[in-house]
Design a protein around this ligand. Structure first.
Ligand code: UTP
Length: 314
């Protein structure tokens, strides 16, 4: 059995949730503290043994190519200022044994369509899909956990987590039978169902390790109401002919495709960032203390007019 050497990073979406920030720059370049989302995703893939990174890009995504390319100019300037540690920081973004390949999705016709754009580059071997706007924090890294499950069972694996029922409309939701504590054999997968139609509370997070047979199924998927080809129906169809597993990963997911998830990731990562940890922790405690005090004061004064209002009444 071939190992998982290739990962696809679909980064050709239209990024509506972070406008205007994403008008000219892709959401995958939004930084959590000092690293763009796409770099966290790439580091996770490299830690899982991936050596070929395939980016499916679209309009306005050149900056991602530049980020993973060598920048003689930046390195030269840093060297001239004697900032050797920063030179190494930018050089380490892409290790020498890792290759980056880019393919263009001419129009954002859906995640499934984006994956189909990478078909020729993948060929006939298993591969990972990493959606960079889901920032997954795990030890070992979540994709490494999934590659382990994939190799053990020799089956496609989807990362899942339990979510609140109101969140079903933003996830693919699976149905299935637990094999062991964290592994579920998938019997059904539905794209973004309403809470009453969700077959379980396990939603798919943005990591997949798939057999190349997915491409046959993707080619038969009909566009949805928005004219997009989704990945979920292809996985559902694939599951009719072969086993597909869901894996409840060990770690935490930050949905950095939403403003709330992005801010939560920023706070949590700041609390353990070498440079910020101490000062940010102190500031946050002070802030939380002030907020608690404010809430208490508001609660205790609830039925009394604010000072000044009383004066106005007389
Ligand atoms: P999303 O469903 O998050 O859509 O795509 P989106 O268009 O990027 O962004 P929002 O929700 O409007 O802010 C899931 C992933 O699939 C990629 C996106 O870049 C994202 O990583 N994608 C989506 C493509 O590469 N091409 C597409 O046609 C659609």
């Amino acid at each position: 059995m071939l190992g998982v050497r290739k990962a696809v990073f679909p980064v050709a979406g239209i990024d509506t949730h972070f406008l205007p920030a994403t008008k000219a720059s892709p959401k995958e370049m939004l930084p959590v503290i000092d690293k763009p989302l796409i770099q966290y995703a790439v580091e996770e893939a490299i830690a899982a043994g991936i050596t070929e990174l395939i980016f499916v890009t679209g309009r306005g995504k050149r900056v991602i190519e530049d980020h993973f390319d060598k920048s003689y100019e930046v390195e030269h300037r840093l060297k001239a200022r004697g900032k050797q540690n920063l030179v190494e920081l930018v050089q380490d973004i892409k290790p020498a044994n890792v290759e980056c390949v880019y393919v263009r999705q001419a129009e954002p016709l859906g995640l499934g369509h984006a994956i189909l754009c990478a078909e020729k580059l993948i060929g006939d071997e298993p591969f990972a899909i990493v959606l960079a706007d889901d920032l997954l924090d795990g030890a070992p890294p979540v994709l490494a956990q999934m590659v382990h499950i994939f190799s053990h069972y020799d089956s496609s694996v989807l990362a899942v987590e339990e979510f609140d029922s109101w969140e079903s409309t933003t996830h693919g939701v699976i149905d299935g039978r637990h094999w062991d504590e964290r592994v579920i054999s998938v019997s059904r997968i539905i794209e973004k169902p309403s809470p009453e139609l969700a077959p379980s509370s396990f939603g798919v997070a943005g990591r997949y390790v798939l057999m190349p047979s997915i491409f046959e199924h993707l080619r038969s998927v009909k566009p949805d109401l928005n004219g997009e080809i989704q990945l979920t129906p292809a996985i559902h169809s694939m599951r009719e002919g072969e086993q597909v597993l869901a894996y409840e990963f060990v770690g935490k997911r930050y949905d950095c495709g939403t403003k709330l998830g992005y801010v939560q990731a920023t706070v949590d990562f700041a609390l353990r960032h070498a440079e910020l940890q101490e000062t940010f922790d102190a500031w946050l405690r002070e802030r939380v203390g002030a907020l608690q005090l404010g809430a208490w004061a508001t609660g205790s004064m609830l039925n009394q007019p604010a000072p000044g209002v009383q004066e106005l009444a007389h």
